[in-house]
Design a protein around this ligand. Structure first.
Ligand code: DNO
Length: 358
């Protein structure tokens, strides 16, 4: 296991590489070319510039989150082959730079969605939250401005204003796309990129849908054990794998995460996002500190299942609470994620030593 932290790049993040380097146990960063629009080619120069910045700070790039997928690929429109060719060029350029883990998602229109980016807890901490009853009252055309209005001035991952400006057209593109079609388009995409992945050993890690159900009537397919396993079987290649995100899968209390980990197995889990959340009621949850005792997920059992399954890739803490007066992108401050890292590393050490003494 390699402990990592997400870093959005110079100018996009309140957290510095120096901050990250000082967190004990962190070896790498998960980063991206944040200014890139889905579908754009990442050039070799841009990638080597990013790599140099990270390596000059004494860290390394453990993987990319995300190379986002153009909507024409998700909807199977006539231009998809041109965008797949662009994606392959980006993978080729990443592969040549020695980067071999790429996280992506196949969510329709909206990436992760929340109804509140700064819900106050009694201790004064702020967390992100989702309440279906609130979302049901929001016009989808207003959700992007609602999310961006609460972002503390930071660009939120997956919520590119340039793309979402054309929301009407996007909704029209998806109007006849059901779950089976979305699955078929995902299969088509993965089959097309596997040769370049093979050439460089690039592990593709699909991020589950967050929350793990349909939002605004749009199809969602990466929602639990059955659909994740369906995808792994559909393109049965070791490089086609999963970014196991406990906070996304955990939105549905019926998702038993340790059992999902065991079913997928460590070889097809290419990346892990660890975080906890609290269920307040059906379709109503809020994020929590990483500790098991603060939320509804048993983080010890999750870490144990990862260890037992032979998982050996990068882990990063996911959304943290906003604490100690920090000003950052919601969910991506330094303090609570650093606390999360110390906790996860403690769990991992205990599980690992426990296994050796058995
Ligand atoms: C939000 C993130 C997502 C995630 C993408 C992966 O905080 O978890 O934006 O990075 O869905 O492609």
């Amino acid at each position: 296991m390699q402990m990592t932290m997400r870093w959005f790049g110079t100018g996009y993040d309140s957290v510095t590489l120096q901050n990250i380097r000082q967190i004990p146990g962190v070896q790498g960063v998960i980063t991206t070319l944040y200014g890139k629009q889905p579908g754009e080619v990442w050039s070799r120069e841009e990638i080597s510039g990013l790599k140099k910045t990270v390596e000059d700070s004494g860290l390394s790039i453990a993987g990319i989150e995300s190379v986002n997928i153009h909507d024409s690929i998700k909807t199977g429109s006539p231009e998809r082959n041109a965008y797949i060719a662009n994606y392959c060029t980006t993978l080729e350029n990443l592969g040549q730079a020695g980067i071999n883990m790429v996280c992506y998602n196949f969510m329709a229109v909206f990436d992760w969605t929340r109804s509140d980016l700064a819900k106050r807890r009694p201790d004064g901490a702020a967390v992100m939250a989702y309440d279906q009853a609130i979302i049901d009252k929001i016009d989808p055309h207003d959700i992007s401005s609602a999310m961006n209005a609460q972002s503390n001035g930071y660009a939120l991952p997956g919520w590119e204003p340039e793309r979402l400006e054309k929301l009407k057209e996007l909704f029209a593109l998806y109007s006849n796309i059901g779950e089976d079609k979305l699955f078929a388009h995902l299969q088509y995409f993965l089959e097309a990129i596997m040769p370049v992945c093979e050439k460089y050993g690039i592990k593709m890690a699909i991020h589950p849908d967050d929350p793990a159900w349909s939002v605004f009537g749009l199809p969602r397919i990466m929602t639990g054990k059955e659909t994740l396993l369906r995808l792994l079987k559909l393109v049965d290649h070791p490089l086609n794998g999963v970014a196991l995100c406990t906070g996304s899968l955990g939105t549905n209390p019926r998702n038993d995460i340790p059992s999902i980990i065991r079913a997928i197995s460590g070889e097809r889990i290419h990346f892990v996002h660890l975080r906890n959340l609290r269920h307040n009621g059906p379709g109503d949850f809020e994020e929590a500190a990483h500790l098991s005792s603060d939320g509804s997920l048993d983080m010890y059992e999750i870490v144990k299942a990862l260890y037992d399954s032979g998982f050996d890739g990068p882990i990063r803490p996911d959304h943290g609470r906003t604490i100690w007066g920090e000003a950052s992108m919601p969910g991506y401050g330094l303090y609570d994620r650093a606390l999360g890292i110390a906790y996860i590393l403690g769990l991992w050490e205990a599980v690992e030593k426990g296994a050796k003494f058995q």
